[in-house]
Design a protein. Structure first.
Length: 388
């Protein structure tokens, strides 16, 4: 492999100039490396990046689960697009990969911190660039402002708050809910002691968020204080791009605690209909497809804040709010939220639920202006179990 690699990358450098470098895949995906990516695009734009997975240590005598990036960069290169290929998991696959043209990836398809997505085909790259031409998720196209916040407690370090308790508020983790389904799986009681309540009211939340520059810390703390006791939008932290669905968000019942595997959204302005619309987009198929391009094993805050949403006209906003609110109010625990959003409370049969879910997907896809061919690109990323 080493001989083949050196020959191939010497050829790439000789043919087009520049330099070849081996780097961890995380350099092109993690928040901590964003400064390097910014410097690279400005001073030595990538000409080609090949990704490989060191499965069974076929390439390097090191941790076999690591992904590796092979970079060819050129000081005189074009920063508006780059060639990307991967992810090879054997010497045979790598030989075929490097002898084939990669995908042309436009700069607007990169993540919010210039993360490089993994894409199987050129039409995936083109679609991603289209989806990412709109505004960032936390700013809601002017209809909401929110920031992700860790759950109320850390699963490991705060265990003493609930360990051995037999009564108290339900404590949920990420696995306790699914899309629009407040299952309560694995819930434990946690007494609402003064210490527990103080822990949930983080004094300086959202410090690194997109809204932090324009919203003072006192207002962000007020948003958390207003949110923790009532119904709130949470999402699973632990997830993968290869799961049946990657973004799983749900309205959590009032007076519930959450662990760090179930982060939630704190909204600066109190508008339950905007929260419902936000929840609809989070659980929509096009948004999920976009997230799958950047998620590895966690829906990190910087990944979530870097995702984009479509522009919403008033009719689409209202219809999404109504559909998501109705899906989120299966029983009387959500009576206040239902009243605030103008929907009924009660269980839905499978046909009603499927109709509302399909309506959300269709309206979000139309808001993004997706064609039938682009919808097919999205559909092929999911199984029939995930998208009936």
């Amino acid at each position: 492999f080493y001989k083949f690699f050196c020959q191939r990358y010497r050829q790439l450098v000789r043919d087009g100039g520049g330099i070849g470098v081996v780097l961890p895949r995380s350099v092109f995906a993690s928040k901590g490396s964003s400064g390097f990516r910014e410097w690279l695009l400005k001073h030595a734009p990538p000409r080609r990046i090949d990704f490989l997975l060191n499965k069974a240590s076929w390439a390097f005598d090191m941790e076999p689960r690591y992904s590796v990036a092979l970079l060819v960069a050129d000081r005189g290169g074009d920063s508006s697009e780059m060639e990307v290929a991967g992810i090879a998991d054997s010497a045979t696959a790598f030989a075929a990969q490097v002898e084939s043209p990669g995908l042309m990836l436009r700069r607007q398809a990169l993540g919010g911190l210039l993360e490089v997505p993994l894409l199987p085909r050129q039409d995936d790259a083109d679609l991603l660039a289209k989806l990412r031409s709109t505004g960032p998720f936390p700013l809601g196209g002017g209809r909401w402002r929110c920031f992700p916040n860790q759950g109320d407690f850390n699963e490991t370090t705060d265990r003493s708050l609930w360990e051995g308790a037999t009564e108290g508020r339900p404590l949920w983790k990420g696995a306790s809910f699914d899309q629009f389904v407040p299952l309560g799986a694995g819930e434990r009681p946690c007494p609402p002691t003064r210490q527990a309540l103080a822990k949930a009211l983080e004094p300086r939340p959202g410090g690194g968020s997109l809204v932090a520059d324009d919203v003072p810390v006192q207002q962000r703390a007020g948003a958390v204080a207003r949110t923790v006791a009532r119904a709130r939008v949470a999402f699973r932290d632990v997830t993968r791009a290869t799961d049946s669905r990657t973004v799983r968000a749900c309205l959590i019942p009032p007076a519930h605690f959450l662990t760090n595997t179930a982060p939630y959204l704190a909204f600066i302005d109190e508008d339950p209909r905007a929260e419902a619309t936000c929840l609809a987009i989070l659980n929509s198929l096009p948004f999920d497809w976009q997230a799958r391009r950047f998620v590895e094993i966690h829906l990190n805050f910087f990944v979530l804040e870097g995702l984009r949403i479509p522009e919403l006209d008033d009719t689409t906003f209202d219809e999404l709010a109504e559909a998501a609110a109705r899906l989120s109010c299966p029983d009387d625990r959500f009576a206040d939220f239902a009243a605030a959003t103008g929907v009924d409370v009660g269980p839905l049969d499978s046909e009603q639920r499927t109709t509302l879910l399909a309506d959300i997907d269709a309206r979000v896809a139309r808001a993004w202006g997706l064609s039938m061919d682009e919808l097919e690109v999205i559909f092929r990323d999911f199984t029939l179990d995930a998208v009936p």
